[in-house]
Design a protein around this ligand. Structure first.
Ligand code: NAD
Length: 308
């Protein structure tokens, strides 16, 4: 069946302005329209959405506008024979730059200076606290789009980069690759441990007590992946007990991060509200991907980023 309609589900508003997103499909061969819940679909419909809905299983193709599609039941899509695609491949520079923002700030103390600026205080850090990230080792766990973009940027800044990857295919700038079952060897000498893996049963709680014990006590965790990849309680304990130095976190076990989370109060933790991919042109990056897949669908080609 050919597609004759592209629906944009209102849940996209979680991350992009819905009207601007619909407008971005002006040049696409099928009309685009904003929809809410409670609608019926058939095989000639495509849907671009942030959140899953049971009725989407009647459509021809569903596009998750996020890279992480862990909230979608891929087995149900396979069983229904409905194509599911995600937005991997467009977050390299956006999420990559946020990871670098965290690393540079944690090294050069941007976060502490701003804390003190808020108090109009000319704070001088302890002599041994600031450091350059040049020549420091970073371990990137998960070398997909985001992981590779981070490795490229760290390489440009003169860092020593190692990575954790399931395949042993080399990655530009990465000096050593470790198998996932050697995670502890990979992270033990790193100043920064950067998480860029999807949230799956294998990656849930990937960093927990044993990993924090294996890490250097001056190491920082950067999580731009998904909250559950880190055991948050262990992370908080590790920072409080000086087993590691701190963290830059864009993602959390519970979002928004609850008011009473101890993370808010830790000097060496930088918190951003799951905005790794947020930029002023994010809707256009996603629309390009969806438009490309509309073309592929209509000509019977293999869809980009098909995950079910
Ligand atoms: P991607 O699919 O290009 O890369 C993921 C990589 O992780 C792949 O290379 C995969 O082989 C690897 N991987 C999977 N399981 C692994 C394991 N157990 N050990 C080692 N490597 C493993 O996806 P991406 O675009 O780079 O995004 C990665 C994740 O980042 C997404 O799944 C999403 O959860 C998260 N993300 C967060 C934000 C944000 O705003 N913070 C934005 C986009 C994506």
């Amino acid at each position: 069946t050919e597609l004759d309609q592209l629906y944009v589900h209102e849940s996209v508003e979680n991350v992009i302005p819905q009207d601007a997103f619909v407008d971005a499909f002006d040049e696409v061969s099928i009309p685009a329209e904003l929809v809410g819940d409670g609608r019926e679909y058939d095989a000639s419909d495509a849907i671009a959405t942030y959140a899953p809905r049971p009725e989407f299983l009647d459509a021809g193709w569903v596009h998750c506008i996020r890279a992480g599609y862990d909230e979608f039941d891929t087995d149900a899509y396979d069983a229904a024979g409905v194509a599911l695609t995600n937005s991997s491949g467009i977050h390299g520079s956006t999420v990559g730059e946020l990871a670098l923002t965290f690393m540079l700030s944690l090294a050069r103390l941007g976060h502490r200076y701003r804390d003190h600026q808020n108090e109009r205080s000319w704070w001088e850090p302890p002599y041994d606290r600031p450091f350059t990230i040049e020549n420091e080792r970073v371990c990137v766990v998960g070398l997909g789009t985001i992981g590779e973009a981070i490795a490229t940027r760290c390489d440009a800044l003169g860092m020593d980069i190692v990575g954790v990857r399931r395949s042993d295919e080399p990655v530009p700038g990465v000096s050593e690759l470790f198998d996932p079952d050697r995670l502890r060897d990979a992270i033990e000498n790193a100043r920064f441990v950067v998480l860029t893996v999807p949230h799956t049963p294998e990656t849930e709680g990937l960093l927990s007590d044993e990993e924090f014990a294996a890490m250097r006590d001056d190491a920082f965790v950067i999580n731009v992946a998904r909250g559950p990849v880190v055991d948050e309680e262990s992370l908080i304990a590790a920072i409080k007990n000086d087993r590691i130095a701190g963290a830059g976190l864009d993602v959390f076990e519970t979002e928004p991060l609850p008011d009473d989370s101890p993370l808010w109060g830790l000097d060496e933790v930088i918190i951003s509200p799951h905005k790794g991919s947020a930029t002023n042109r994010y809707h256009l990056d996603i629309a390009d991907l969806v438009a490309e897949n509309v073309r592929r669908y209509q000509s019977g080609d293999i869809l980009k980023n098909r995950v079910a």
